[in-house]
Design a binder for this molecule. Structure first.
Ligand code: MG
Length: 246
């Protein structure tokens, strides 16, 4: 998929005449931080402690849902248990502790260069995550100084996690722009679905085990094999966006 074809496809399916990108709505886990290995480990530990069968791989597919949504789903399916909101919050706290105990996760290679390219193009960077993992959210400004302003969407802001478009619609709203003035940067199928459903130009990045075709199937307009590859392609993509007309 070339940048030009991806943009033409987006304009065709949305019926937009051109693209005037003002903001980039950027996911956290698997995009800003290489954190998914530790998240899936922590999830499996929580489930095993509660006698619920699971595999690590399935948690890559749930990525983007809020912690409460994942807990309610797994306890219902795995143990026939209905979890209250308060119980879900407590269990998510335990999972967060397991995640923190696994040690500090690295910033994702290529992400700083991506953010710099967006900044140079005058595109606002807006965090959009369903996560409430404070130990990670607190590191954003030290790892990416000056890259994110006050407009941020976290698990505290959304009622419905991805694949609902709600998180990305909220991100656009906070930035004061229309969803079709936003690009989304996502690594997870449910996150890609959410960006696509919100009407944003959605970039998938395969930073984990999920194959490229699954991100296209979820509605990605274009997929890159790494954040480094996205950083490299971004100036050309931004230029192609400026030139594009339906
Ligand atoms: Mg992610």
């Amino acid at each position: 998929m070339t940048e030009q074809n991806a943009i033409a496809g987006y304009l065709k399916t949305t019926g937009n005449k051109s693209l005037d990108i003002k903001a980039a709505l950027i996911d956290n886990d698997g995009v800003l931080f290489d954190s998914m290995k530790n998240h899936t480990r922590a999830w499996v530990k929580l489930m095993k402690k509660n006698g619920i069968k699971c595999t690590r791989d399935e948690f890559y597919l749930y990525e983007g849902m809020t912690g409460s949504e994942i807990i309610k789903k797994k306890f219902k399916e795995g143990a026939g248990k209905v979890i209250t909101d308060a119980e879900a919050v407590a269990l998510y706290g335990v999972k967060g502790r397991y995640f923190t105990e696994l040690g500090e996760v690295p910033a994702m290679p290529g992400t700083m260069a991506t953010l710099e390219a967006l900044k140079a193009a005058n595109i606002e960077r807006v965090l959009v995550t369903g996560s409430m993992q404070q130990s990670l959210l607190d590191r954003i400004d030290t790892e990416y100084p000056g890259m994110f302003g006050e407009h941020r969407v976290t698990g505290h802001d959304v009622r419905r996690g991805k694949p609902s478009p709600e998180p990305y619609l909220k991100g656009a709203l906070k930035a004061g722009v229309q969803p079709n003035q936003c690009i989304v940067i996502e690594n997870a199928p449910l996150g890609v679905q959410a960006g696509h459903a919100a009407g944003c130009f959605t970039i998938g990045v395969t930073t984990g085990p999920i194959p490229e075709k699954d991100l296209y199937k979820a509605g990605a307009d274009i997929v890159y094999p790494s954040m480094e590859a996205l950083a490299q392609a971004l100036p050309a993509l931004i230029e192609a966006i400026k030139q594009a007309k339906a």
